[in-house]
Design a protein around this ligand. Structure first.
Ligand SMILES: [Zn+2]
Length: 100
């Protein structure tokens, strides 16, 4: 196990931050009739930070409609993961060279 990192400024500093990571208090979004989502900020043992999301979304009671909703959820999650992941990458560094 690597050296334990000190608590972050936003860490909840409770039982949740002893499994090789630091975890914030949960931020909960509840929309009655639509669902609920919980976001937690997490730093792993290497100091890398993540947004962890858990959501419960209301599905239509009829199967074809529910499947369409699930397809939309997966597409939106893919877009979200890509957009946030791209924003987390360091900006490319210019070499100072110009194209020939
Ligand atoms: Zn902590």
């Amino acid at each position: 196990m690597s050296r334990r990192l000190p608590h972050t400024e936003w860490c909840a500093r409770d039982h949740r931050c002893n499994l090789r990571e630091h975890r914030s208090d949960e931020i909960v979004v509840t929309l009655p009739g639509y669902g609920r989502a919980v976001l937690t900020r997490v730093a792993d043992e290497h100091g890398r930070e993540y947004a962890e999301i858990r959501a419960r979304l209301a599905l239509h009671p009829v199967e074809p409609a529910a499947r369409r909703q699930l397809q939309a959820v997966l597409a939106d999650l893919r877009d979200l993961v890509t957009r946030v992941g791209n924003a987390a990458r360091p900006a490319p560094r210019h070499s100072g060279r110009t194209a020939a």
